[in-house]
Write a protein that binds this ligand. Sequence first.
Ligand code: AOS
Ligand code: ZN
Ligand code: ZN
Length: 426
Amino acid sequence: MKIDKNKIADHNGQFRESFDRDFGFVAENLSRKGIDVEKVVMKVSEFQVAVPSWALGAGGTRFGRFSYGGEPASLEQKLNDIGVLNDLTRTAGAVSLHIPWDTPKDVKAIKEVAASHGISFDAMNSNTFQDQPEAEKSYKFGSLNNTDPAIRDFAVQHNIDVINIGKELGSKSLTVWLADGASFPGQLNFQNALQNTQKSLQGIYKHLPDDWRIFIEYKPYEPNFYSTTIQDWGTSFMLANACGEKAYTLVDLGHHLPNTNIEQIVATLMLKGKLGGFHFNDSKYGDDDLTVGSIKPYALFLIFNELVYGMENNPQNPNLAWMIDASHNIKDPLEDLLQSLEAILIAYAQALLIDQKELREAQEQNDVVKCQEILQEAYRTDVRPILMAARKKAGAALHPITAYRDFQVRKSLIKERGTKNMATGL
Ligand code: AOS
Ligand code: ZN
Ligand code: ZN
């Protein structure tokens, strides 16, 4: 399924007047403040976010899963769904695959489907958090940290296999997230577990091609509830340093204890040139994987403020791999992803409006009130017309969700795939 460009242009036609008016208003306001709106529009239109293959079906919880109908059952169908998102937004031009959930049977055919939608292959995700049917070894008591060297080798080999699949697809990075940890005190020797993890990661790193990067994701708890071996950014950072210059920390917004100052973590990692990847989502309590911007949009904006600062001032930090990591149980996954993409771009555009020079001066003068005024002036600007301008430029929809509904995309997916399809994987 592909959404025709002319169909999108027609749909945009009905909003022409209101768009012109709204964009004119914000452009005039911003240019009065000396902001080059076209530059902001350009930056927003260049921003690309990878969509994880596991976010396209209903993820469910351990209490139940409610199918949405028309869910993708194969990798081809998942790419088609991302194609829909990309047609509507021109922001979702990449996919992040999970092995073995998405192991391609025919690499060439998969590459063709992806190319037909303008989708590239972002970070590959390995899976040593669940046992596959017929697996020779079990990850029940850990993978890279396991006390048994044979299980560690088995998990390392899986990651090497993932790199090899990624090489064929044209990916350039591997994300490692581990469930390894302990659910009860005394279960694990912390020092041995950390040392084993480091040795295993180094074993994977040895097989990383020169032009690849490895991202080490951290998480404070879940599925283990007493300790997680890579529990925080400091542990991830330490391990990345122990691996080498192609190893980086990955920040997943949901992987922090309540009220953690994530923007400060971002700033520290960028200063050290070690922030590699980003998983966007939102949460109220923990790793809730809710729609980006649905709970704490101001926190997202503050994080983007540090990201924008880092992108401008930290040449030691490479370009970041942006990815959504969310899961859906009650919304249409595609609508949810459209909302997430919008929220990411809103926060980014708002952060671009911050007058960094003025902020620096206010900080030097310890003018705390002014510092807050500068941030909130940007945050309280309605930048949605800027996003629309960026999408219009790229041939995408001015109002992606309205277009998605008007085009009855879900209805045709259900017609094509049926109501009972299950996404592969979780
Ligand atoms: C798990 O909590 C992490 O967020 C992972 O990044 C991700 O959701 C998982 O690897 C899916 O495969
Ligand atoms: Zn994640
Ligand atoms: Zn997570």
